[in-house]
Ligand binder design. Structure first.
Ligand SMILES: *[C@@H]1O[C@H](CO)[C@@H](O)[C@H](O)[C@H]1NC(C)=O
Ligand SMILES: [Zn+2]
Length: 417
């Protein structure tokens, strides 16, 4: 009987959710300028029915995009007229979302004895994350939960700080700015769990905390994250309404770093909308104030997907004066990741690897907040894996170990300089 009631509850929770039945995931690699221009026109189209997971940037670089069933034949027609080689990676993305929902539901609920541990083995909700952080604060030493602001909808923006003694510089790690990139949040949370629960027993963790204090903000965009869990799995932006028709700003386009330039849209309906002004969004503004207060030695933005470690800058092809040093360390971190599970992470700047993107948080940290070591990760999977953001939860543990290996390598690298 109780299972039955839980089932009804779960169905009710899904009632308002956007359904992606027969949405097709396309992959196209433009092979010439003509094809690239065509794809860019689709990207910038006023209709925005096409959701680009990997935006078009230059010739020979992959694009991936999700197309509603009613547009599939039209999009195929356009691609045909461009003579572009087209791959359809998935013909019904809802099936993958359904599998994910099922996986999520079978976590701990039948095994209540393990429920408290299992929060970090699935894609935890905002409330579960917040409660977990508070429970760590009650249970363990050397850590504290910091509220550094509120989201537009009034959720607390929470950080967890690890510190085993005074006078240390801070390494700052934020994730979830793009809320559909669930693996970035879960990977960070699993590192937090390890730090909290094994501090004093795990020599690797003790070493990291001997060198630095660590601050993690696992969900910078809690409203958006809540929205991906309850209403639209593919939502990317925050949830502040901009006009009668369109809601949300891309928080990672809202920072004071080349704001208003290319790679961010002025259109509020676009998934990469830059905001109505620099720091128009409470989440971006609060994070920036917090970073300025903390003055970290290093700042990491954790995103997904593509398996990249990105060095500054994203807003321009120009590089900072110490670019060689930052890139050298990034290659060491990529090697450390490879040693974990054999995955290849590519090092470069966003314009080299993806596209120019203005208004990004890690550019801002380097340019405006005087943070020497500023990086952005794109975690697993690779492009062309097929389901991009919809990564089965068995990936959480290996992905967190990869991220941990990279952070550890960076931390030692900074210290030895
Ligand atoms: C794209 O790839 C093809 C085949 O490898 C190559 O011939 C061409 O020069 C490349 N074009 C650009 C702009 O990189
Ligand atoms: Zn992202």
């Amino acid at each position: 009987m109780s299972t039955f009631i839980i089932l009804i509850f779960m169905c009710a929770a899904q009632v308002g959710a956007k359904i992606y039945s027969h949405y097709h995931l396309f992959k196209v690699i433009p092979q010439n300028q003509f094809q690239l221009t065509g794809l860019k026109a689709m990207f910038e189209d006023g209709d925005y029915k096409i959701d680009f997971w990997i935006a078009p940037s230059s010739v020979n670089r992959t694009t991936e995009f999700l197309v509603p069933p009613s547009y599939v034949s039209r999009v195929k027609g356009i691609l045909h007229s461009l003579d572009a080689e087209t791959h359809i990676l998935n013909k019904n993305i809802q099936e993958v979302i359904d599998q994910e929902n099922e996986e999520q539901a079978h976590n701990g609920s039948q095994y209540t004895a393990y429920a408290s541990n299992s929060v970090t083995d699935k894609y935890a909700s905002y409330n579960e994350i917040k409660n977990l952080l508070h429970s760590y604060e009650t249970k363990y030493k050397h850590l504290s939960v910091i509220k550094f602001g509120k989201s537009f909808e009034g959720r607390d923006l929470v950080a967890i700080k690890f510190s085993t003694g005074p006078g240390k510089r801070v390494i700052f790690v934020e994730s979830g700015m793009h809320c559909r990139e669930w693996i970035s949040i879960a990977s960070s949370l699993k590192i937090i769990e390890r730090m909290a629960t094994t501090l004093g027993q795990d020599p690797e963790i003790d070493e990291l905390l001997r060198l630095y204090d660590w601050i993690f903000v696992p969900t910078v965009n809690p409203d958006g994250y809540y929205y991906t869990h309850n209403f639209d799995r593919m939502w990317r932006k925050n949830r502040r309404p901009i006009n009668f028709f369109c809601t949300g700003t891309d928080l990672n386009r809202n920072f004071a770093a080349g704001w208003g330039g290319p790679g961010a849209s002025p259109n509020p309906c676009n998934p990469t909308f830059r905001g109505t002004s620099v720091f128009s969004e409470p989440e971006a503004k609060a994070l920036a104030s917090f970073v300025k207060l903390v003055q970290p030695i290093a700042f990491f933005s954790v995103h997904a997907y593509s398996q990249y470690i990105m060095t500054p800058y994203g807003y321009t092809y120009k590089k900072p004066a110490d670019s060689m040093e930052l890139t050298h360390l990034a290659h060491k971190a990529a090697a450390a990741i490879k040693a974990v599970n054999g995955l290849k992470f590519t090092v470069g700047t966003p314009p080299e690897l993806l596209y120019i993107a203005t208004g990004g948080a890690y550019d801002w940290a380097k340019l405006e907040a005087n943070v020497k070591y500023s990086y952005a990760f794109e975690l697993r999977p690779t492009q062309s894996y097929g389901n991009g953001f919809l990564l089965p939860k068995r990936n959480i543990k290996p992905s967190s170990l990869e991220l941990f290996a990279a952070l550890k390598t960076f931390a030692k690298g900074f210290y030895n300089r």
